[in-house]
Design a protein around this ligand. Structure first.
Ligand code: PMP
Length: 380
């Protein structure tokens, strides 16, 4: 993309468009992997994950869900992306419909397309701060619907689904016998209370499939360690599929994962506090800027900024901002039509870059607002 090209050329560009934590993997987790490599943990591993990691994940989810998750309900994958792809390949077929709230994380449509199914979008509206209206979800169900894919906390909007909404989703899924695939890669990054797991609701054990990973919670994106938690039958199918597509995650990465889950949870809260502080800083700055509104992120790593009052699309706004101020944000349109007229700012950059990025955004908006005179959209 344009921002990347300009940065490689050494130009003064601040990139607040990325989704990869700037924080480093905690050193003690790295040490475990290095040790493990030195100990020769370099051979093939079990297709569904080493039993010790399946057990560690089963313990973690038993605690989180308040019901027993057995190791045979866990499959270890190469990140949540691989988990999502593998799970959906097992669950849905040609001709099925899969309901996905929109805007969506960008890979969903292609993953669903690969299965031959159709993605059916349900709009998350900016006037509702991108929260799902369960009535709209219910209205999208047809006899062909096979699954609902949700993501909470949400990329790109930062919206968190409340327990009440998740209960409605669960009811709809049960009434129509649907799978609920929930992408919870940001579950540890909630800023107003704890994450609520839809899989913990009654009647969801047999139809809820969790996909998640260490990527965001432990700043381990490049390690490619994720998982599926679901009914044992699904895990059986995943055993066959992952045997063809992955053949097991690297054992030294799995050793590091066990350490992360069992001994380094304090790190997760430390990172959450860093992102929370950044969120509060950025929201404070955005609140003082002309011509925009913003959606205060309840979770995740991103803030959506509503630029519709400038009269520009998110795309035009992002291009002009990059051209004039050297600040890269992502246009909302890429995530779906409901995010049109928005740009996504990511919180995974150093404080100094966030502050300088906010300075640039403010200067850009003040320039636009002066150009409009006193009767700009905010005056209306
Ligand atoms: N789901 C969402 C919503 C994401 O934002 C991402 C990463 N950007 C993924 C899945 C994939 O994460 P992983 O690194 O675990 O494959």
């Amino acid at each position: 993309n344009q921002a990347g090209r300009r940065i490689r050329k050494g130009e003064d560009v601040i990139n607040l468009s990325i989704g990869d934590p700037d924080l480093s993997t905690p050193p003690e987790i790295v040490d475990v992997a290095v040790d493990s490599l030195r100990r020769g943990r370099t051979h093939y591993a079990h297709t569904l994950g080493d039993p010790e990691l399946q057990e560690a994940l089963a313990r973690t989810y038993s605690r989180e869900l308040g019901r027993t998750i057995a190791p045979d309900q866990v499959a270890v994958t190469a990140g949540a992306q691989n988990a999502l792809f593998a799970a959906l390949l097992c669950l849905i077929d040609q001709g099925d419909e899969v309901i996905v709230p929109e805007p969506t994380y960008v890979t969903y449509e292609a993953v669903i397309g690969t299965t031959g199914a159709t993605q059916v979008p349900v709009s998350l509206r900016p006037e509702n701060h991108f929260h799902l209206d369960p009535a709209e979800l219910a209205a999208a169900v047809t006899p062909k619907t096979r699954a609902i894919v949700i993501n909470t906390p949400h990329n790109p909007t930062g919206a968190v689904m409340t327990r009440a909404v998740l209960e409605e989703v669960a009811k709809i899924a049960q009434a129509h016998d649907l799978w609920v695939v929930v992408d919870e890669v940001y579950s540890s990054l909630t800023y107003e209370g704890d994450h609520f797991f839809i899989a913990s609701l009654p009647g969801m054990a047999e139809r809820c499939v969790i996909v998640s990973s260490l990527s965001k919670s432990y700043a381990m994106t490049g390690w490619r360690l994720g998982w599926v938690v679901g009914p044992p039958d699904l895990i059986g199918h995943l055993d066959n599929l992952l045997g063809c597509m992955l053949y097991g995650s690297p054992p030294f990465v799995q050793d590091a994962a066990i350490h992360a889950l069992e001994n380094a949870t304090q790190r997760v809260s430390e990172m959450r506090e860093i992102y929370r502080r950044r969120r509060d800083f950025v929201c404070g700055r955005l609140a003082a800027m002309p011509l925009i509104a913003y959606h205060r992120p309840e979770g995740g790593m991103f803030a959506m900024i509503d630029v519709r009052a400038t009269g520009m699309s998110g795309q035009d706004f992002a291009l002009a901002l990059l051209r004039d101020e050297g600040l890269a944000l992502l246009p909302g349109e890429g995530f779906g039509p409901s995010a049109a007229g928005h740009v996504r700012l990511s919180l995974v950059s150093k404080d100094a870059d966030l502050a300088a990025g906010c300075d640039r955004l403010q200067r850009f908006l003040e320039g636009l607002s002066k150009g409009r005179g006193a009767a700009g959209p905010n005056a209306a």
